[in-house]
Design a protein around this ligand. Sequence first.
Ligand code: SAM
Length: 249
Amino acid sequence: AGRLFIVPTPIGNLADISSRAIDVLSAVDIIAAEDTRHSSRLLSHCDIPTKTISLHDHNEAARSKQLVELLQKGSDVALISDAGTPLISDPGYVFVRDCREFGIKVISLPGPCALTTALSASGLPTDKFMFHGFLPVKQAAKAKALEALNNSGYTTVFYEAPRRIRDTVMACAANLQTDHEIVLAKELSKAFETYIQGSAEHVLAWLEQDPNHQKGEFVLMIYCPNNLQTGEISQGALDLLKLVSAELP
Ligand code: SAM
């Protein structure tokens, strides 16, 4: 049978594609890409002639079936997304799950990812961290998700869209305990890569200083120290207990 290769692609700087990624993308029979037009730029930049097929949130189940059949017949397939590591806030979960179910070998190449790139440079604790993808858009749900970070004792990493970054940092100011620390990473691996660190109020003031500060791609990292005495229970744990106890007979 063929193999599925998960291949990370650059998150801004084309030089970050690995030579192994180029070799694999050139050697496979077909590349499943989130947006084939978007990826054609990278592929032609790297002189990769391999045929592409789309695999995105709206066709993943059907496409996965088709690709699993190809894999079973012996074709090698690579999966890429528009930027960074596939499946990390990107499509591919259904496909990888199907491949594993059918016993197809899945090989994941290490490579660019905004999450790990930002976190490792943040100066926030990295021994335990949580990746939360994108926050809910609705205000109440967003406030609740942020509030749950209080006294967590670990760093939480979010992706955020430029049109929401100001609103989200405002919600941080309103819902986080005062000793939180924020690091906002912007335009990673690009010419205007920037890290802003401090309180939500400080980061908000920076965003509002210049309209250009709100443009680009952002990773928002929040560390909330745990101030609870041992024995006290955090709000997140209490919420969980409430949920669990509702299920008990
Ligand atoms: N799969 C990608 C990865 O491995 O990081 C993430 C895809 S997700 C749809 C896109 C989000 O990732 C952006 O909205 C932004 O929050 C974050 N992101 C991607 N590239 C970035 C960059 N160069 N700088 C900062 N954040 C970035």
